[in-house]
Design a protein around this ligand. Structure first.
Ligand code: CP
Ligand code: NVA
Length: 305
């Protein structure tokens, strides 16, 4: 059987996303059961991270331990990669010790190179292009709150980045209407506030993320120019008021309170931001199961379609 990588949403079907949500719900309900603790018994899973992480790293390490496996955290500094050992050689060697590896890196081509060179499953734990593990956990959060994904209107306000990309890619598969409003995409003649109001009106979900992603800091303009560019692209109470009264406010975290989102909205009644973060753990368990077993879509029953 060929190995099962998770590099982006392209390799995932609606049935598999449905099954991942089912399995994540199962893992939430059945903590530390016999089944759960045997799945990765005797298996070592690597995490090779070239960027910082709180949620992705810790939720994957905890997920691996809950499934009975052993996580090994690797960085360029504590391996030979910073001394010039290639991805191809590193991936080939690590494939003989590990059963799967989670990669957090810069260009998507690096994730693809890992996947091509490794004989074990490769999971994208965030690249400059996309963040599929985050958005799968977000779909779990939305499904728990709404009972379905198809037909929901999700409006993303902010930087058109890796989160926005995965929302668009994943949203297209599950049938969500994803609208991105970003200063980088807006024609200068369009009024920002008018655009944002139009996109936020009747939204089921409002989503935002940092204005400057990891690794982009040096490319971005001076702080005051950045703030001026993104000034209107903030989720605040006025924007929430345009959306449906029970709209879900989402952020992948880490947040810059007072920039892309206000304190009040982040702590407010519409916010599911900390549910999103908590859902990384059961979704990572489901993702590991999919990667290690090849498929977890035997008996989907979420009814996403
Ligand atoms: N949302 C997310 O991936 O967070 P970390 O960068 O802390 O992993
Ligand atoms: N867009 C952000 C997401 C962090 C989880 C970044 O890439 O830094």
């Amino acid at each position: 059987m060929s190995k099962r990588d998770l590099l982006d949403f392209k390799g995932l079907t609606i049935k598999e996303i449905e099954a991942l949500i089912d399995r994540a719900l199962y893992f939430k309900k059945n903590k530390f059961t016999e089944h759960e603790s045997h799945l990765l018994r005797g298996k070592s899973i690597g995490l090779f991270f070239e960027k910082p992480s709180t949620r992705t790293r810790v939720a994957f390490e905890a997920a691996i331990v809950r499934l009975g496996g052993h996580p090994i955290f690797l960085t360029p500094d504590n391996t030979q990669t910073n001394r010039g050992e290639t991805i191809a050689d590193t991936a080939r060697v690590l494939s003989s010790y590990l059963h799967a590896i989670v990669i957090r890196t810069f260009e998507q081509t690096r994730v693809v190179e890992w996947a091509k060179s490794a004989t074990i499953p490769v999971i994208n734990g965030l690249s400059d292009l996309c963040h599929p593990c985050q958005i799968l956990a977000d779909f779990l959060t939305i499904f728990e709150r709404r009972g379905h994904l198809r037909g929901l209107n999700l409006t993303y306000i902010g930087d058109d980045n890796n989160i926005a990309y995965s929302l668009k890619e994943g949203g297209a598969i599950v049938g969500m209407n994803v609208t991105i409003v970003s200063p980088k995409d807006s024609a200068p003649s369009q009024g920002n506030l008018l655009n944002i109001k139009k996109a936020a009106t009747d939204a089921d979900i409002l989503y935002t993320d940092t204005w400057v992603s990891m690794g982009r800091e040096h490319e971005e303009m001076r702080d005051n120019m950045l703030k001026a560019m993104f000034h209107d692209y903030q989720i605040n109470q006025q924007i929430v008021d345009y959306a449906k009264p029970d709209c879900l406010v989402m952020h992948c975290l880490p947040a810059h309170r007072g920039e892309e989102i206000t304190d009040a909205v982040m702590n407010g009644k519409n916010s599911v931001i900390f549910e999103q973060a908590a859902n990384r753990l059961p979704m990572h368990q489901a993702i590991l199961e999919l990667a290690l077993r090849g498929s977890s879509c035997d008996s989907p029953s979420s009814g996403l379609q």
